[in-house]
Design a binder for this molecule. Structure first.
Ligand code: C2O
Length: 534
């Protein structure tokens, strides 16, 4: 591979959406930010220069970072933040991955506007395992907030209540043609009749899982989270924050304009936002006055549509791209994920909403855990994260299992190369909710899912150990569970958290520490010289 250099200047920029203007944090003045292109095997160096008043870090979401945990990016997990006026070079090599991923700020709520696509092409002369598309297009789904998002979350943390929601969803930065502000034209995808296009769809929204549809057209799913899938056709895709999906779209309809929608999946008490984002697919041989063919987005809480989509996902599992599912398990873990309530004397109700994993509400340290681990600094974290729920849980919400959670900077330790089965069980003490859980440093195989309580006796018999989908972010169904498997072959400290930003803020996060192996290429590399100090 070759070496690619990028420069990311983090700067403020005024932006106007929904007929109002505000300053936003951006990379190079753009929203969404610039696309990072690389090929499998390339070494990527991104110099991030912080020109804003906030501390900043950037995460390369889904990039495995084999032995280069120092470049992963989550603040206080793998690095101390880049302070105002300072810079840091993220240096990593893309190993064994190709497809669409994305980068985003990994501190505070800055990722709302600080994000962009990562396009990893296959090695030179290696074709896609599907017909080469005529053109490719990045489609980034996001949110637009009229108010300052830092102010919104700080206010919520003070009151102990849930924060506000965004004012609109956006497609490539724009709410689209039917937004409440008439000035918004929205993103237009120009297509030639008869040609096939690959859409690299990214959900960069803070707090919303989304359905994506193109009126009158079928989408063929070929890749998720930078892993190839068995192609299948669908008219709707479900995509959670943190997930990426490549689809093929053939312009096989009559000339015209076709509506594209990104609409919320869940109508949860925490994140109600009815503003569907819109864009258009525009056949080039038509004039803009052509009538718009519209489509109805699935209704909110359309669980059958979601399940149908999730159940259709399979690894490609070809000779060239085999699914290496661990068939034996060294660590069998069961983690509950959910929301709870902790006392808060200074909050309006005397209590505040928290979130937890196995009843632990994670507290952020003030020194990066990776540094503490590498340099043996004590007092930063404890290795006592429970491998199973410390108290009985019930998804139906009848028990008090996560009222009054424990706190702590607790990690779970994994020996190098051990195999892990992790069952993520939703608990519904306040309200059952979908949780898109993201694991840093690894891809995992989604071997099973179900509703209700996971049953260790009967549930595993239905696991798919042949061609389960491989990814880095997985939705734990509301009132249900999901089981994943992975091999701990990447030494370092790896964050795992809900990719709904509000849940992460509330504490739905933990970290794995993976020890060094004994071989010459099985240890974490030493930290770079410019690693930011705390
Ligand atoms: Cu995309 Cu830890 O996040």
């Amino acid at each position: 591979g070759r070496t690619r250099h990028y420069k990311f200047n983090v700067v403020m920029k005024n932006a106007t959406r929904l007929c109002s203007t505000k300053p936003i944090v951006t990379v190079n003045g753009r929203f969404p930010g610039p696309t990072l292109y690389a090929r499998e095997g390339d070494n990527v160096l991104v110099k991030v220069v912080n020109h804003v008043k906030y501390n900043v870090t950037i995460h390369w979401h889904g990039v495995r970072q084999l032995r280069t945990g120092w470049a992963d990016g989550p603040a206080y997990i793998t690095q101390c933040p880049i302070q105002p006026g300072n810079n840091y070079v993220y240096n990593f090599t893309i190993t064994g991955q190709r497809g669409t991923l994305f980068w985003h700020a990994h501190i505070l709520w800055l990722r709302v506007t600080v994000h962009g696509a990562i396009v990893i092409l296959p090695k030179l002369h290696v074709p896609y395992p599907f017909p080469t598309p005529h053109k490719e297009e990045v489609i980034i789904l996001g949110e637009w907030w009229k108010s300052d998002t830092e102010a919104v979350i700080n206010e919520a943390l003070k009151s102990g209540l849930a924060p506000n929601v965004s004012d609109a969803h956006v497609i490539n930065g724009h709410p689209g043609p039917m937004s409440t502000c008439p000035a918004s034209k929205g993103f237009q995808l120009k297509v030639d009749s008869g040609k096939t296009y690959m859409l690299r769809i990214i959900n960069a929204a803070l707090n919303e899982e989304l359905f994506f549809k193109v009126a009158g057209h079928q989408l063929t799913v070929v890749e998720v989270d930078a892993t190839y899938t068995k192609p299948f056709k669908t008219d709707t895709i479900l995509i959670t924050p943190g997930q990426t999906t490549n689809v093929l779209l053939t312009a096989d309809r009559g000339a015209g304009r076709y509506l594209v929608t990104a609409s919320p999946f869940m109508d949860s008490p925490i994140a109600v936002d009815n503003q569907t984002a819109m864009a258009t697919v525009h056949y080039t041989n038509t004039v803009s006055t052509t009538v718009l063919t519209t489509t109805k987005p699935p209704p909110q809480n359309a669980t059958p549509v979601a399940s149908n989509f999730i159940d259709s996902l399979r690894s490609l599992n070809s000779k060239k791209y085999p699914a290496r599912v661990p068939l034996t398990v060294d660590h069998s873990l069961l983690f509950t994920v959910g929301l709870g309530v902790n006392p808060c004397p200074t909050c309006v109700n005397g209590s505040r909403v928290v979130a937890d994993v196995n009843n632990v509400t994670f507290s952020m340290p003030t020194t990066a855990i990776l540094q503490a681990h590498y340099f043996n600094i004590s007092g930063v974290f404890t290795a006592d994260f429970p491998g199973k729920p410390p108290i009985a849980f019930n998804y139906s919400g009848s028990g008090p299992s996560n009222l009054g959670t424990m706190t702590g900077t607790r990690v779970y330790r994994l020996p190098f190369n051990s195999t892990v089965q992790l069952v993520l069980q939703d608990t519904g003490i306040i309200a059952p909710e979908n949780h898109p859980i993201h694991l840093h440093g690894f891809n995992f195989f989604a071997v099973g899912r179900g509703l209700g309580n996971y049953n260790p006796k009967t549930s595993p018999s239905k696991f798919n150990l042949v061609d389960p989908v491989e990814r880095n972010t997985i939705g734990v169904p509301s009132g249900g569970w999901t089981a994943i498997r992975f091999r701990a072959d990447n030494p370092g400290v790896w964050f795992m958290h809900c990719h709904l930003e509000v849940h992460t803020t509330w504490g739905l996060k933990m970290a794995f520490v993976v020890d060094n192996g004994k071989g010459p290429n099985e240890s974490l590399l030493p930290p770079p010289k410019d690693l930011p100090p705390c």
